[in-house]
Design a protein around this ligand. Structure first.
Ligand SMILES: Cc1cc2nc3c(=O)[nH]c(=O)nc-3n(C[C@H](O)[C@H](O)[C@H](O)COP(=O)(O)OP(=O)(O)OC[C@H]3O[C@@H](n4cnc5c(N)ncnc54)[C@H](O)[C@@H]3O)c2cc1C
Ligand code: FES
Length: 345
């Protein structure tokens, strides 16, 4: 039996490798032409030290304390030249992918469907060529905007393991990708680069608090689907904030997770002063105190940069120090020239 190992490099590039039963991670990576940092390959030098973020594994007893101390092993540090996985694992590699002579993967996909959510956003569904692309729930890909030589980043809203990929995309008036998507048709081809990013669901060891701004909901849909499929029983709370009433989308999918997950709840918040929504303002004003579990909580935050910065400031000012804090900013690209109206597919 083999295990899937995600190697997440310092530059956000993720490569997935298969590790055979009893095989060491360093050897499996080498088989996949990825030269992880190493020197002795004998558990002596410590050069191959990485952090295992999830999964079960055996480190054996053939390494010395100078290479990896007991304290380091206790907090999840590993020597890849000794590590034999016993399940799928995620390993953070503390060097850029280029240093390991690897880089981002590229794949092609076909537009399967585009479903607009009023003028606010749309769901883009793509069928990937070949096998289902591997990624971690929360990660993103860069999608080339056909005919422009430019790309835009989008977080998967579907869970790993499917050939049918989905994305939740804000409709930005005059935006390069937004304009292309307004005219796109099923059957058109797209090129993607990834998976990328260090914003992904870690091992679920405590309650989770998800904070989403606008289409920053996308990675949480991927995470929630993953949690539901794995039968997770941990408490999960989501605060989903938007600017206008019309920006609230895919609430039916959140209701579905509320039914499928034993302890999931969500609240919506609308910033627009004119809205009749029961919760108005910013997400920070509507954080359920009990969802913080006195700090024993993993917080994930995703949305436009001002929202992410405001929430981070709020946590700092309130002296709340969650057990872990992960965030992704949907930073816009510099303005690009619009595409001509007539374009090839
Ligand atoms: C890691 C990462 C993941 C991302 N994931 C997603 C995702 O899952 N869903 C999603 O919708 N977006 C996501 N984004 C943002 C996305 O990559 C694009 O920036 C966005 O879709 C706009 O692209 P565009 O080509 O339509 O507009 P552009 O041509 O890039 O922009 C046109 C003009 O609109 C401005 N603009 C761009 N975005 C916004 C905005 N949100 N609000 C107001 N003005 C804006 C630009 O500054 C520019 O002046 C992500 C960004 C990053 C960095
Ligand atoms: S390569 Fe030297 S300890 Fe692993």
């Amino acid at each position: 039996m083999s295990h899937q190992i995600a190697l997440n490099f310092e530059d956000g590039v993720t490569r997935f490798i298969e590790c055979q039963d009893g095989e060491k991670v360093l050897d499996a990576a080498f088989r996949h032409r990825i030269n992880l940092p190493m020197d002795c390959s004998d558990g002596v030098c410590g050069t191959c030290k990485c952090r295992a973020e999830s999964g079960r594994y055996d480190l054996g007893e053939d390494y010395i304390d100078d290479a990896l101390s007991e304290d380091e092993a206790a907090v999840g540090l590993v020597l890849t030249c000794q590590m034999v996985p016993a399940s799928d694992c995620v390993i953070a590699v503390p060097v850029p992918s280029t240093a390991c002579k690897t880089g981002t993967g590229r794949f092609a996909a076909t537009v399967a469907a585009i479903a607009p959510h009023r003028d606010a956003a749309l769901t883009l569904e793509l069928d990937a060529d070949g096998d289902a692309p591997a990624f971690l729930p929360g990660q993103y890909v860069n999608i080339d905007v056909p005919g422009s030589g430019l790309s835009r980043s989008y977080s998967f809203s579907s869970a790993p393991g499917e050939r049918r990929l989905s994305f939740l995309i804000k409709r930005v008036p005059g935006g390069l990708m937004s304009a292309w998507l307004d005219r796109a048709q099923p059957g058109q081809r797209l090129e993607l680069t990834g998976p990328l990013g260090s914003f992904y669901l870690r091992e679920v060891a405590r309650p989770l608090l998800f904070l989403a701004g606008g289409t920053g909901l996308a990675p949480f849909l991927s995470m929630l689907e993953t949690l539901a499929r794995h039968g997770s029983e941990r408490p999960v709370r989501l605060v989903y904030g938007v600017t206008r009433d019309d920006d609230l989308v895919l609430l039916d999918r959140l209701d579905d997770y509320a039914a499928r997950l034993p302890d999931f709840g969500y609240v919506t918040v609308v910033a627009d002063e004119a809205s009749a929504h029961p919760r108005k303002g910013w997400v920070t004003a509507h954080l359920p105190a009990e969802a913080l579990h006195g700090g024993d909580v993993d917080v994930y935050l995703c949305g436009p940069p001002p929202m992410v910065d405001a929430v981070r400031r709020h946590f700092a000012d309130a002296g709340v120090a969650p057990a872990s804090f992960h965030y992704e900013k949907f930073t816009p690209n510099a303005p690009a020239q619009a595409l001509p109206t007539e374009r090839a597919a």
